[in-house]
Every structure is written in C-alpha cells, then in structure tokens.
Ligand binder design. Structure first.
Ligand code: FMN
Length: 253
C-alpha cells in the first residue's frame, strides 16, 4: 500500500499484491514480495526508528499493524501468499509481527512498545478468510512479549469510517491478551464507558472526536455536546481544521 511515485521505489509487501484504490488510475504500485534479507532490514529499521523516537523525547512507540499496512499484509491470508516461514499457517503469518515487536521491545523496552491491529473486515485491500484463527493467536503472542498495550481498530456494521459485518474480535482477544487493551472506532462517551465497565477494554482511543474537540476529555466528563468534525479540513494546510475548533469556555462566552 504505497505509491511508487512518492516513495521512489517498488513497495515491499509479504507477497506481490496491489492495493485497490477508489478510482482509476490506481496510483498504488504492485508490491515486491519481501526476501528474507528485506525482512531482516525492515526489522532493523523498526528498532532504529524506535530508538530514534525515544531519543527525540517520545514516551513510547506504537507499531502500525492495522489497516492493510506491512505487518497486516503479513498477518492476513488475503495478502500473504508466501510458502516460507513467514506464510501459510497462522503461526507463520504472525512471525513477522512477533519478531518486529520483539525487536522494538529489545531496543526501547516492552513497557514502551505498543501495536495497533484491525482484526475484523477488509481494510485497504487486506482481509482474512478466518480472522479469529490468526488474530487471537497474534494477541496471545503479544501478551507473551509483555508489551505496554494493544490497540484494536474495529469496524461495526454501522461504522462511519469503514464498516463490516465480520464480528468484532475484541471479546476473544480480551481472553488471551491480559495487558492494557485499547479499543477504537465510532465511540461516543456512553459507548466508551460501557466497554470500560464490561471489562472488554481498558481504554478507548478517539480519532475524529479529538480532531473536533480540543477539550474532549472535559466534554465527556461533563456530558457536554461535542463539535462535529469537518472532513473537508482533515488534511488542510494552515490552522483551519487543526486549531480553530472551539473549546467549551470560548463557546460559552
Ligand atoms: C484525518 C484522519 C487521518 C487518519 N490517519 C490514520 C493513519 O495514518 N493511520 C491509522 O492507523 N489511522 C488513521 N486514521 C484512523 C483513526 O486512527 C481512527 O481509527 C478512525 O478515525 C476511527 O476512530 P474514530 O471513530 O474515533 O474517529 C485517520 C483518521 C482520520 C480522520
């Protein structure tokens, strides 16, 4: 899932696949299947990037294992067609994620290492024929590594940022991942509290509501109404869409 015209090279994936695009021409290139040397180099890169992030003052690093990106391309059988140690069985498809997370944990400490996964439903061309068979053992492998947190982006049937009828796996993952489990997508304050109360999640991650509400926590605490985000300014330049959503006190005034 990358554009050769932007990165200046053929993208790397688990197998030679090409991500779909919502219109023609599709700017994504067909990927090249990673060799074992590529895999070793990418894992060195993860460790170096994590060390650099800590050196730059970040508290920790979250690997991107969701949404059809590289780790996800290894996890799911729709994109991973390899027949070596990194493909085939769920155990093999988990290997790239497990080794990469372990490398980052070795570099900066497991307590500073997190990862994001998107187990249910298709995203950006990545999908699996039996998500539970790979994502539940993947979560167990992450539990064994003792990482700081696991975040799941899960689509519901009525999702407003991608939707899926494939059941959410968080209840199954909760049983095998004992560390902090963070859930995401389409939450409001009441829904977030319900999933904290039921114990399926330890924390909820907000995306669009945070874009539109600089004081989101205070608004949720008070049960105050939320500003609606404006997709037209999601990727705008300058302050519009970034610093011009009002906080409660300016709105009250
Ligand atoms: C403008 C914008 C950019 C995003 N960029 C990324 C991204 O780079 N990587 C990612 O994993 N998710 C990205 N997301 C998805 C969010 O992380 C989140 O999963 C999504 O917004 C659903 O959560 P929400 O319902 O709380 O908004 C982006 C979302 C928005 C609105």
């Amino acid at each position: 899932l990358s554009r050769p015209d932007v990165i200046g090279m053929t993208p790397l994936s688990s197998s030679a696949t090409r991500a779909p695009y919502h219109k023609e021409p599709n700017p994504y290139g067909e990927a090249r299947a990673a060799t074992l040397d590529d895999i070793a180099r990418v894992q060195d890169d993860y460790a170096t990037a994590a060390r650099n992030a800590i050196r730059a003052g970040f508290d920790g690093v979250q690997l991107h294992g969701a949404n059809g990106y590289l780790i996800d391309q290894f996890l799911r059988d729709g994109t991973n067609h390899r027949d070596d140690d990194y493909g085939g069985s769920p155990e093999n498809r988990i290997r790239f994620m497990r080794e990469s997370v372990a490398r980052v944990a070795d570099a900066i400490g497991a307590g500073r290492t997190g990862i994001r996964l998107s187990p249910n439903g298709e995203t950006q061309g990545a999908d699996d024929s039996d998500p539970a068979s790979v994502f539940v053992p993947a979560a167990a492998a992450l539990d064994a590594l003792g990482i700081a947190f696991l975040e799941l982006r899960e689509q519901g049937p009525d999702g407003t940022f991608g939707k899926s009828d494939v059941p959410k796996l968080s209840p199954e993952i909760r049983k095998v991942f004992k560390g902090p489990l963070v859930l995401n997508q389409d939450y409001d304050g009441a829904g977030a509290q319900a999933d904290l109360d039921s114990g399926v999640a330890d924390a909820i991650a907000f995306g669009r509501k945070y874009i539109a509400n600089p004081d989101l926590v205070e608004r949720l605490r008070q049960g105050a109404p939320l500003n609606q985000d404006d997709p037209k300014t999601w990727y705008s330049k300058g302050r519009e869409g970034y610093t011009d959503y009002p906080a409660l006190e300016t709105q009250d005034a």
